[in-house]
Design a protein around this ligand. Structure first.
Ligand SMILES: [Zn+2]
Length: 160
């Protein structure tokens, strides 16, 4: 399952990639171009635009209309309505480009990260597409917090 997010959901798109969703993001396109792209590539269109959501349904494009402003609520809703699976941290994607992240040894990233980071951190990932290197660092706490909240929301949604 692959997704196309509209421009109003850029930040949410990055978060969903971290949590393993395959998310495409195109900027500077018209609504019609986005719709065609989703249709041709069989993508689930995720939008905050209610009119665009209606157009998607009319053209037979799978769509998730996101009304909520809360980031965690948005992510949980997208996962629930699309039927995607939350596989984080087994699968995680590059928030910048959607490439898969693979675990790499510290020795292999020495030239790509600040010296202090190389000394301090033990776990690294590299994006197979843009080659950017990630490490747990300070963001990790925030990511695990958001992940926990999303899981909690999903559990609540599934409760009878
Ligand atoms: Zn990347």
């Amino acid at each position: 399952m692959r997704f196309l997010f509209d421009e109003m959901l850029k930040r949410t798109a990055s978060w969903c990639r971290i949590f393993g969703l395959d998310v495409e993001f195109l900027s500077g396109k018209t609504d019609s171009e986005l719709l065609d792209y989703a249709k041709t590539n069989k993508l689930v269109f995720v939008t905050r635009d209610v009119e665009l959501a209606t157009r998607c349904r009319k053209r037979g494009v799978d769509v998730v209309f996101v009304a909520n402003d809360d980031r965690e609520e948005q992510i949980a809703q997208i996962i629930k309505e699309s039927g995607a699976e939350l596989t984080f941290p087994e699968n995680t994607r590059c928030p910048d480009c959607n490439g898969m992240l693979v675990v790499v040894d510290g020795a292999n990233v020495k030239d790509d990260v600040p010296e202090k980071v190389a000394e301090r951190e033990t776990r690294f990932w590299r994006c197979v597409a843009c080659k950017k290197v990630y490490w747990e660092g300070g963001h990790w706490k925030n990511i695990t917090r958001v992940h926990g909240k999303v899981k909690e929301l999903l559990a609540r949604m599934q409760a009878p």
